[in-house]
Design a protein around this ligand. Structure first.
Ligand code: C5P
Length: 307
């Protein structure tokens, strides 16, 4: 029987995203507080016929079709790059693979959708190469090291939970989980925002703040307190590129969100609610207005194999 591997990885939201000045390496140093959400990308990897190379299929019905169509299925897809890089690291040829990606995370939305695909692919490849080529399985830290070469958010999508991200976001320090459940409503835009464009706009606006100590965040005891700590240095840049976002943030807070904020480089807005019931109630209002609104819980596991 053909080898089939299933794996998944979570979306992230940056509860705090502090951004410094552009460095010579083309990246901005960041001080980020990541939280993984139970919105997961699911990936299925099947051994392909010899000589067929890598085929990628993308589908999903919880996000707009335009998002699914925007994902490339050729060598520029991050999952394709992950397969090539991982095999190279093991000194092996890239295997023939059929890869199915079930997308749930808004595309180009500031929630690490592409990075979650890469994170899921890394654990799937780790298993596939062990089963098919007898290679030794790499540790989670080794997978995160390879992940950092693929994208700044990939290591966090591997670890999950709640963590600090420093460097360009790829140096992960895991933190204790919060003592309470967080309930989120994620509002996706029809159009995505390019991360480099948002960072470049941030440079033009000069809107960075000093880095603060975020290690004590695990000790916050309520959603209210957590909401008061939330901040995103990229938010003004996202607002200036997509002015409707600031209205949407205001609307979410009027509808009862403790705090609504652009997630990472946007344009998805992450809104924190006191209860799951309240988040669902508001999602119904927004969905009736044609908004793509997804409810989700915080504190999810990182990338993993799924039976
Ligand atoms: O690491 P990743 O490939 O996700 O980054 C995409 C782009 O976002 C980078 O090429 C860079 O322009 C910008 N970026 C940045 N500073 C970071 C992370 C990303 O300027 N810390």
């Amino acid at each position: 029987m053909s080898t089939i591997i299933r794996a998944s990885a979570p979306a992230k939201v940056n509860l705090v995203f502090e951004v410094g000045q552009l460095a010579a390496n083309g990246y901005h140093p960041v001080n980020s507080l990541f939280l993984a959400l139970d919105l997961r990308e699911e990936l299925t990897l099947v051994k392909g016929e010899p000589g067929t190379g890598i085929s990628i299929y993308v589908h999903g019905d919880s996000i707009p079709e335009a998002h699914i169509n925007a994902v490339p299925t050729d060598h520029s897809n991050l999952v394709h790059k992950t397969a090539v890089l991982f095999a190279k690291k093991l000194g092996k040829a890239t295997p023939d693979l059929q890869i199915d990606i079930h997308k749930r995370i808004p595309v180009a939305g500031g929630m690490a959708g592409g990075s979650a695909d890469a994170a899921a692919m890394l654990v799937a490849m780790n298993e596939f190469m062990a089963q098919e080529h007898g290679t030794e399985r790499l540790s989670i830290n080794e997978l995160a090291q390879i992940g950092a070469e693929l994208g700044s958010d990939v290591p966090f999508c591997i670890y999950g939970g709640m963590a600090l991200g420093t460097g360009r976001g790829e140096i992960i320090t895991p933190l204790e989980d919060l003592s309470f459940q967080t309930n989120w409503l994620l509002c996706a835009s029809n159009k995505g925002l390019s991360t480099p464009t948002v960072f470049a706009t941030f440079d033009e606006l000069g809107s960075g703040t000093a880095f603060t100590d975020l290690k004590d965040i695990s000790a916050v005891s309520s959603a209210e307190e957590l909401g008061s700590r939330m901040a995103n240095d990229l938010e003004q840049a996202a607002f200036s590129l997509m002015p409707s976002l600031s209205e949407q943030v205001a609307q979410l807070e009027e509808l009862g969100a403790i705090r609504a904020m652009v997630s990472g480089s946007g344009p998805t807005i992450a809104a924190l609610f006191e209860s799951e019931a309240k988040a669902r109630e508001v999602s119904k209002v927004l969905i009736s207005q044609g908004v793509v609104a997804l409810t989700s819980k915080g504190g999810a596991q990182g990338s993993r194999l799924d039976g």
